[in-house]
Design a protein around this ligand. Structure first.
Ligand code: BV8
Length: 251
């Protein structure tokens, strides 16, 4: 990688949070292991058995809020990239995550789109208003807007629902020159198609994963995200500073 990038889009999946102690979806002991997707992560499943769906997310929320669950060096490296790029006003950056945990924010990321929602938020099904939540969500809980029980759901995008921030994401994919996917199996659309969109519009596409996902990228780097991500960020920032120094010398 030896060219300075003008617009960088990063997509993360469950694999970036795995080393922080959060289960991925499709690993042998993954989140979907004991559940059928259609029962637990669809509006129909919620309609049919809201208690089971609340329990699935309440368990994940309790786990996320445990003291030992912290951002890892991959989350920190992305936050560092965003911070350092503030010194390069001509370089645009966007982080899109499929994850509903808050580890990117806790590491310091700000330019972030949670395209599949957030575990620490809930939404009123009647008004659409969104509220923070740190404890269990139950059918008995009243929303602050309607002041009656049973209207609240996790602020999470289920299968068959429109992901969040799609317009901004699509605009960024069409204008980026570097697209990096970190820790995602590429099984869920439309996120799984982002690399093709970026490539179609001329971006260099790079996949960081433990193993090959079979998806089409210009470049693959295998290893743990906590190692591959910091080294990639160091490389990007080194390139940028070298180009900056060159331009300063020959202005
Ligand atoms: C939609 C929130 C219409 C809930 C989730 C074609 C086009 C469009 C849609 C579809 C299509 N085909 C099918 C569809 C419908 C569907 C879909 O994709 N179905 C799949 C099953 C085929 N998609 C939808 O319904 C989406 N909505 O399409 O609306 C539309 C269409 C176009 C444009 C606009 C609107 C909504 C999908 C959202 C579902 N909600 N999550 C929750 O979290 O409970 S999905 C959920 O699963 C996650 O959010 C995430 O997206 C996905 C899990 O994927 P990964 O993050 O990749 O995790 P996984 O475990 O699979 O992989 C982990 C990877 O990490 C592995 O590769 C592993 O090797 C790696 N790894 C592990 N450890 C490490 C590591 N890598 C590095 N280091 C490590 N240490």
């Amino acid at each position: 990688m030896n060219t300075p990038y003008k617009s960088i889009v990063v997509l993360t999946g469950a694999g970036i949070s795995a080393e922080s102690g959060i289960q991925t979806f499709r690993a042998a002991d993954g989140l979907w292991e004991n559940h059928r997707i259609e029962d637990i992560a669809t509006p129909e499943g919620f309609q049919k058995n809201p208690v089971a769906v609340h329990d699935f997310y309440n368990q994940r929320r309790r786990h996320l809020l445990q003291t030992e669950i912290k951002p890892n060096s991959a989350h920190s490296a992305l936050a560092k990239l965003e911070h350092e790029l503030e010194s390069y006003p001509d370089t645009r950056y966007l982080l899109v995550t499929q994850n509903i945990d808050n580890l990117h924010e806790r590491a310091g990321s700000k330019k972030l789109i949670h395209m599949h929602g957030e575990l620490l938020k809930m939404r009123c099904c009647v008004t659409g208003l969104i509220f923070e939540i740190q404890q269990d969500l139950t059918l008995e809980q009243c929303c602050r807007c309607c002041r009656q029980p049973g209207n609240l759901r996790p602020h999470v995008v289920w299968f068959g629902e429109m992901p969040l921030g799609m317009h901004e994401i699509e605009q960024s994919l069409m204008s980026c020159d570097l697209f990096v996917a970190i820790g995602t199996s590429g099984n869920v659309y439309p996120a799984a198609g982002f690399n093709q969109t970026a490539r179609h519009y001329g971006a260099h596409t790079l996949e960081l994963n433990l193993e090959s996902t079979g998806s089409t990228f210009d470049e693959h780097r295998y290893g743990r995200a906590s190692e591959t991500t910091p080294s990639l960020i160091t490389e990007i920032l080194r390139n940028l500073s070298q180009i900056q120094a060159f331009n300063d010398n020959y202005r």
